[in-house]
Design a protein around this ligand. Structure first.
Ligand SMILES: [Zn+2]
Length: 493
């Protein structure tokens, strides 16, 4: 296919909805954690939308949205208000959604992203508070199709994060989502899992000729349920629009749905004008006034963000890849910090050693236990540090260290205990006689390798060395074995 994208610049803006992690819902005391709950069990007159009941603002949700806004470099308003967004749909219990219209809590921020081409800053238009809707479950039976309503989700705190149309490629959009997810998890505001539905993304995309400053007609894409599908939908849509423009067609301003199976977007509804939601101030809730102390208190409690963590890890001597991988997840970063702290004073290479183990053996455990966090890793950081120190001090070899690591995982014992119990200490100078005996027996038992060696094949030495290491179960000092072997073989020449 001839690429049609060379003539146009792609312009992308994203709207992300995230469910907050709070104990109760936004305006009532029902539990907000409905995962695994029987449908319609987390309900009360407020989130059922019965007349005559009054909502109460969840302070924890306000704390979290302020933390999100501050982390995204937004201005936090000392005065904002809630508004009713009116529309009729079966998932909306009251016939309106409590949201924020003209006075959102947070505005005018940005998020810095690292992409292959370098650093890129994406503007954040606004971050506002609203409530989630009920969930519709669509079913089919012989008589036709029908829908069920689960009200458990109704009223769960929802934050909408609207970006500026600053992204110029599906790659940038993906980088934005990944960094937003990291940030939300790092500050503990949301699980931010697209597949679980607590992180949802709609994308606005338009094309314009390079050099043009006016925006082209935009299309909104919905129904994407993974980062991959957002990326694929944007890739598809930019090609579809480019082809249409080249053929002289007008782009229709519309909402299109992503069809994962077919890999295409499909027109859902044409927007002739902006939807009229007839917003008006929510009469049952007072305006929200946030004191400077309240905001500054939250600012002081925001943990180190992923980008700052990464910089700090680089300053410890890690490379970009190591620092990036270790900083992207909170529990991983915490484990790394604890490990470095436990190693401090015991090795000058503490950060590098910690990173090697984190990205090696520990990452392997992490990969094998999908859905678990490193905070659940059975070996505590100070125990792992003990193992690393034993290796660094030459008490055990690297090969044995890996065996001990496995034993620590399976038996829950400490590294020193395992080394003593199983007699795994490295065989060094003090075990010279023992090693010489093993070296001699290996030479005796391997005539072919010996002949090869005497014929000048250097690979034979490697083979014999391997045999000695095998007989000692990896415990022998590698360099020592090599010199002993060479001495014995020299004597035979
Ligand atoms: Zn309720």
């Amino acid at each position: 296919m001839v690429t049609t994208l060379d003539q146009f610049e792609t312009v992308i803006g994203l709207e992300v909805h995230v469910q907050l992690i709070t104990n109760s819902k936004m305006f009532c005391s029902c539990s907000a954690d409905y995962s695994g709950a029987e449908p319609n069990t987390h309900v009360c007159p407020v989130c059922l939308g019965l007349p005559g009941v009054l909502p109460v603002i969840n302070e924890e949700a306000i704390r979290l949205i302020v933390a999100i806004g501050l982390s995204l470099n937004c201005k936090v308003s000392d005065f904002s208000k809630f508004d009713r967004k009116n529309y009729l749909y079966p998932d909306l219990m009251k016939g309106y959604q409590v949201s924020q219209f003209d006075l959102p809590i947070c505005e005018n921020g940005w998020q810095d992203l690292e992409i292959d081409e370098g650093l890129f800053r994406c503007g954040i238009t606004r971050v506002h508070m609203e409530e989630d809707t009920a969930r519709l479950l669509h079913r089919k039976n012989a008589g036709g199709s029908y829908s069920l309503v689960d009200i458990n989700r109704s009223g769960v705190p929802l934050v909408e994060i609207v970006s500026e149309p600053d992204m110029r490629s599906p790659e940038q959009a993906r980088a934005y989502l990944i960094s937003l997810r990291q940030l939300l998890r790092m500050i503990g505001a949301s699980n931010a899992n697209m597949e679980e539905g607590n992180f949802r993304c709609d994308a606005n995309i338009s094309l314009r000729p390079f050099g043009e400053t006016e925006l082209g007609t935009k299309v909104e894409i919905k129904n994407m349920n993974s980062f991959r599908s957002v990326y694929d939908a944007l890739c598809f849509e930019q090609v579809r629009q480019a082809k249409a423009l080249i053929e002289g067609e007008n782009i229709v301003q519309e909402t299109r749905g992503w069809n994962q199976e077919k890999g295409i977007t499909i027109s859902q509804r044409v927007k002739e004008e902006a939807n009229d939601y007839r917003y008006f101030p929510e009469p049952d809730l007072p305006p929200l006034t946030l004191s400077n102390d309240f905001v500054e208190n939250i600012r002081s409690e925001i943990p180190e963000l992923p980008s700052a963590k990464k910089q700090r890890f680089v300053s410890l001597g890690l490379n970009e890849f190591e620092a990036g991988t270790l900083s992207e997840d909170r529990s991983r970063a915490n484990y790394f910090d604890n490990l470095v702290e436990s190693l401090e004073g015991k090795s000058e290479r503490a950060p590098k050693l910690a990173a090697n183990w984190m990205l090696g053996e520990v990452a392997r455990w992490d990969n094998e236990h999908v859905g678990k966090e490193l905070s659940e890793f059975p070996i505590k950081a100070d125990s792992l540090a003990e193992l690393i120190v034993l290796t660094e001090e030459g008490v055990i070899t690297n090969a044995v260290a890996k065996q001990v690591f496995e034993k620590m995982l399976s038996d829950g014992l400490g590294a020193k205990q395992i080394v003593e119990k199983d007699g795994l200490a490295q065989l060094g100078e003090e075990a010279g006689d023992e090693l010489v005996a093993i070296v001699r027996s290996v030479i005796n038992d391997n005539d072919k390798a010996l002949a090869d060696y005497l014929a000048g094949k250097s690979s034979a030495l490697k083979f014999l060395l391997g045999q000695v290491m095998r007989q000692t179960k990896g415990r022998a000092d590698h360099a020592l074995v090599q010199s002993l072997l060479e001495a014995e073989l020299e004597a035979l020449e």
